[in-house]
Ligand binder design. Structure first.
Ligand SMILES: C[S@@+](CC[C@H](N)C(=O)[O-])C[C@H]1O[C@@H](n2cnc3c(N)ncnc32)[C@H](O)[C@@H]1O
Length: 286
């Protein structure tokens, strides 16, 4: 917790890691009881405690949402089994809180989620990722918040996901947007996507689950295959490992292996979300 995390991100981590028998009010008390002399850190803990007390119900929902998706992979679970388990988990999570199911630190609040979505959209725009004639594939699209935000700036955007409940919510959210489409995917590869058919591939907080299922590297190669020459892939969070160096090392190795150049290497460009950004570009094109 002492790594400068925003209060919302700290609450999301508490929702995942704190013993569930300790309620929000008790956690707030623990935060206030910590004897911290460093004034900014003390103020931060006070803010954590205040938010826990004032949003106890939302915190409980975030906890229930987080509990739907286990990040442990039992021995003997194959990639397909992991994908199916995650799909069921995200189905349940979406039914509790659509906003928290895609970003726990939103605390289930659509306005907070929209603020992060807008930050991600402007970052993508600054990277030259968007464009009126571009076709984008969004891997692990969730509830379609990025499709909704990006549609006016894109030629066409296709969101794919393993969770039918997520896809159903995404379709409702983007109803009437003619340049947006959603479909279920196998989760193990992109064999139903044609070679060199997209200008960009997006994966916001989905690679950690590809990693969990053991299909992250295969997807990286698949992304290189489905991108047109010069196309870009934006991976926001590659894993939930605590080592940024390990993620950077993997991305650079995979980029070399699949003929891609790393343009952004693990920056944390967002103020409302602690996601780490990677951007790679397929060789060729103009
Ligand atoms: C944390 S959510 C993020 C959703 C969305 N990208 C966003 O940021 O709003 C992760 C999403 O990845 C999806 N997912 C998990 N494993 C996947 C896989 N193997 N293939 C495609 N999507 C997957 C989940 O169903 C879920 O919708």
């Amino acid at each position: 917790m002492a790594d400068g995390a925003a209060v919302d991100s700290a609450l999301a981590r508490l929702a995942v890691f704190a013993d569930e028998s300790i309620g929000a009010a008790q956690l707030a008390g623990i935060a206030l009881d910590l004897r911290v002399s460093h004034a900014p850190r003390r103020r931060w803990l006070e803010e954590v405690a205040t938010t826990l007390s004032s949003k106890a119900g939302a915190f409980d929902d975030v906890r229930r949402t987080a509990a739907c998706v286990s990040h442990d992979r039992p021995d003997g679970e194959t990639a397909t089994m992991t994908v199916e388990r995650l799909a069921r988990g995200f189905d349940r999570a979406a039914a509790i809180s659509p906003a928290a199911s895609v970003q726990l630190s939103s605390l289930g609040d659509e306005d907070r989620l929209a603020a992060t979505t807008a930050e991600i959209a402007s970052w993508l725009e600054r990277q030259g990722f968007l464009g009126a004639h571009k076709h984008i594939l969004d891997i692990g699209c969730g509830i379609g918040r990025l499709e909704h935000a990006l549609a006016p700036k894109m030629g066409h955007i296709v969101g794919i996901d393993i969770s039918s409940k997520m896809i159903a919510i995404a379709r409702r959210r983007c109803a009437g947007l003619a340049t947006v489409a959603f479909r279920l995917t196998s989760g193990v590869d992109l064999t139903d996507v044609a070679e060199a058919s997209f200008d960009g591939a997006l994966a916001v907080d989905s690679f950690p689950y590809l990693m969990l299922a053991g299909v992250a590297e295969r997807h990286f190669g698949e992304i290189a295959r489905v991108l047109r020459p010069g196309g870009m892939a934006a991976v926001l969070n590659y894993s939930y490992r605590t080592s940024p160096d390990a993620d950077s090392c993997d991305i650079n190795r995979l980029a070399r292996a699949f003929g891609m150049a790393v343009v952004v290497d693990g920056e944390k460009p967002f103020s409302s979300w602690d996601g780490r950004a990677f951007l790679v570009r397929r060789a060729g094109g103009t």
